[in-house]
Design a protein around this ligand. Structure first.
Ligand SMILES: Nc1ncnc2c1ncn2[C@@H]1O[C@H](COP(=O)(O)OP(=O)(O)O)[C@@H](O)[C@H]1O
Ligand SMILES: [Mg+2]
Length: 331
């Protein structure tokens, strides 16, 4: 098999807190091929953004630290490269659209200037050419009248337009991997569809690979090739999108699927929710982390030790907790 463009191996990430070391990402693995989209899903607080920030080496400092594992881009471990080297890789090879567009845009600079600076940081280009490229990019991401908008400040733009500016910035150096962290949560559905469509078009044109972090399973079904379901810092289940939707194996994945609205339900049927919430990440059990919310009957045994990972064919794998593993072997 060819080497994947990006591979994350046994990634563990911790935060030093007053209550001790919190392991926000605990032994996460996945691969991403060029031109493909990997969806990372899971409730809030499961470690999705921390995974993304670790790949970018942009963890909040000084509390956040990669404890172990590898992030391989073309086989080169990004956890080991110098900060200067990493600055070159960011933007050029891997770019990220952040969850909060306002935190990534500088409120006191015109948006065009910010895109231009981003381009010039990575590519030798005259100011005039960079301006031309910025306007082109803004047009590309669907910003109307880009030659005027280029002179506006972030606060003059709507949420959707700011999000597009961020995307233009992320795409300005044609990255090979784009990490989009909930790029559409703050947007209305029409804008969301336009942005996802834009990313898809770009992928077809350039072979860019995308990691799409979202809690919207509908978006995942439409846009992703593969899915990784995260729960409390670990991957509970991973596989090709059709396989995950057709045969979700982990009770957590099944719970997320059940929360999707169904067309054959009468109108105003309340949506089911997964009872309880994601546990705090300090003092987690050594074993199954979903046990406290699991609808299956489980014995205390599943809490005692890490439940084994099981590959179930076709790239579909799951943390096979003893509470359902017997069903796997039967199928
Ligand atoms: N700056 C921080 N300091 C301490 N803990 C953090 C920090 N950022 C994130 N965490 C911890 O990491 C966990 C995962 O966060 P995050 O990756 O942002 O979740 P999400 O899946 O919602 O993106 C959080 O529940 C929190 O416990
Ligand atoms: Mg997040």
């Amino acid at each position: 098999m060819s080497q994947p463009l990006l591979e994350v191996r046994n990634l563990r990430v911790g935060f030093q807190t007053d209550a001790g070391l919190l392991t926000a990402v605990d032994d996460v693995d996945f691969k991403l091929e060029a031109g493909k989209t990997l969806g990372i899903v899971g409730e809030s607080g499961c470690g999705k953004s921390v995974t993304a920030m670790s790949i970018m080496r942009l963890l909040p400092q000084p509390a956040g630290r990669i404890l172990s594992g590898e992030v391989l881009l073309d086989g080169r471990d990004l956890t080991k490269v110098s900060l200067e080297e990493m600055r070159k890789i960011r933007g050029n090879d891997i770019a990220m659209i952040f969850q909060e567009p306002m935190t990534a845009l500088n409120p006191v600079h015109r948006v065009g200037k910010q895109i231009i600076e981003n381009i010039q940081q990575h590519k030798l280009m005259s100011a005039a050419d960079a301006l031309k490229r910025a306007v082109e990019l803004m047009e590309w991401v669907g910003i109307p009248a880009p030659d005027q908008r280029v002179n506006e400040y972030p606060h003059q733009l709507s949420g959707g337009m700011r999000q597009r500016v961020m995307i233009a910035m992320a795409l300005s150096c044609s990255p090979r991997v784009l990490i989009a962290d909930e790029p559409s949560t703050a947007l209305d559905v029409t804008v969301q569809a336009q942005i996802l469509d834009l990313l898809r078009r770009l992928q077809n044109e350039t072979g860019m690979a995308v990691i799409l972090i979202t809690h919207d399973l509908g978006v995942v079904a439409e846009t992703c090739d593969d899915v990784a379901v995260m729960y409390a810092g670990r991957i509970a289940e991973r596989g090709p999108v059709e396989s995950i939707f057709k045969r979700p194996l982990h009770p957590y994945t099944q719970g997320l699927m059940n929360c999707l609205p169904k067309l054959d339900h009468p109108p105003k049927t309340p949506l089911p929710v997964i009872p309880g919430s994601v546990p705090g990440l300090i003092d987690l059990p050594a074993g199954c982390r979903f046990a406290s919310r699991c609808p299956n009957r489980h014995s205390a045994d599943v809490l005692a030790s890490r439940q084994p990972w099981r590959e179930c064919g076709g790239g579909h794998g799951v943390e096979a907790c003893a509470c359902f593993a017997h069903q796997l072997s039967a199928s």
